[in-house]
Ligand binder design. Structure first.
Ligand code: PBG
Length: 337
């Protein structure tokens, strides 16, 4: 069969016209990543004198408290506006009581970072799993169903932890535990103590994901027994994310989060349609590790693959992206295409 000429009697749509040159492509580009939409996660370890590399997350470290002021400067110099802090304590117990000490690693890091770079937005992860001896995100109770994570008994402990972060100067506290009612409990505790301006970024739709594996090495927070499926969301559920988001908004969340990111772009897009609050997506440790591993083998172009992944997250509707690639991506964006 000979190829048919395009019928000249009607105009033919030619989307390729606007892809001809780099300037045309830039002009019609719908989403452009900005360094100041990135949030950089950092691990602070009270026990360390020297930074310790995290093997499943090449390029990321557990940091000693004394390194944090310098980290604040490094992040700000990269043009990234915010950090999200995680703590590794000296001692753990069943309640996770190291999590709310005024002299804890995270609390010291907040003060050091705000002193060094006052305009840096300091966010803190609020959860018990790094501080409990059993590694669960809440306290345990024994009952007719065996040992379970106790929802309501956990709430005051989370509120206490969040309050200790606010007292140290955190701008935003980010509960990641997935207990029901924790946003409300934290909001009330902050308000009662006069911290009405401390914002809450809620890990609203946080899935029970295999992609947190490398993080659990970084935060030494793997549960000793069982898993997190009785409190984190089932990866098979999309609609349920909307309900989690509604509840967190009703309880006073200022920023909503979906986590992980690239496998949950449908969830991000659905939440975006319904919610006017700023929306964050967490590009998690496993998403980072996959890109790193493939790049190290020369199987993927790290820069292009990473910027494509982050652009996809923004296109799906995220305003903010929490990513271990924050500083690299900021440098790549500065260097241009
Ligand atoms: C703590 C917490 C986790 C992550 C953030 N906060 C781990 C988990 O829920 O097991 C994962 C972050 C990542 O994988 O980068 N609850």
């Amino acid at each position: 069969m000979t190829s048919q000429p395009i019928n000249p009697s009607f105009p033919v749509a030619r989307p390729r016209r606007l892809r001809r040159s780099a300037s045309l492509r830039r002009m019609v580009r719908e989403h452009t990543l900005r360094a100041d939409q990135f949030i950089y996660p950092l691990f602070v370890d009270e026990r360390l004198r020297e930074p310790r590399p995290i093997s499943a997350m090449p390029g990321q470290f557990q940091w000693p408290v004394h390194a944090m002021a310098q980290q604040a400067e490094r992040v700000a110099q990269a043009g990234v506006s915010a950090v999200l802090l995680f703590g590794l304590p000296e001692t753990k117990d069943a309640q996770g009581s190291s999590g709310w000490r005024a002299e804890g690693g995270v609390q010291q890091a907040i003060r050091a970072m705000k002193d060094a770079v006052p305009e840096l937005v300091v966010m803190t992860d609020v959860c018990l799993c790094e501080y409990t001896s059993h590694g669960h995100c809440g306290v345990l109770q024994s009952g007719p169903n065996g040992v379970t994570v106790a929802n309501d008994a956990t709430l005051p402990l989370l509120a206490r932890t969040a309050l200790s972060h606010a007292e140290a100067g955190a701008d935003v506290v980010a509960p990641s535990d997935m207990m029901d009612g924790r946003v409300g409990a934290i909001r009330s505790a902050l308000d009662e103590a006069g911290f009405t301006d401390t914002a809450i970024m809620a890990y609203s739709a946080k899935y029970a994901s295999a992609f947190y594996g490398p993080f659990r090495e970084a935060a030494e927070s793997a549960p000793q027994e069982g898993d997190r499926r009785s409190y984190q969301m089932d990866p098979a559920n999309g609609r349920e994310a909307l309900r989690e988001v509604e509840l967190d908004i009703a309880e006073g969340a200022d920023i909503i989060m979906v986590k992980p990111a690239t496998l949950y772009l449908d969830v991000l897009a659905r939440v975006r349609e319904r919610v006017s609050l700023p929306l964050a997506a967490y590009h998690v440790s496993g998403e980072y590790a996959m890109l790193k591993a493939a790049a190290e083998r020369g199987w993927l172009d790290e820069r292009r693959a990473t910027l494509e992944a982050l652009t996809g997250i923004a296109r799906a509707g995220a305003d903010l992206i929490i990513t271990y690639y924050a500083l690299d991506a900021a440098a790549w964006l500065r260097a241009g295409e």
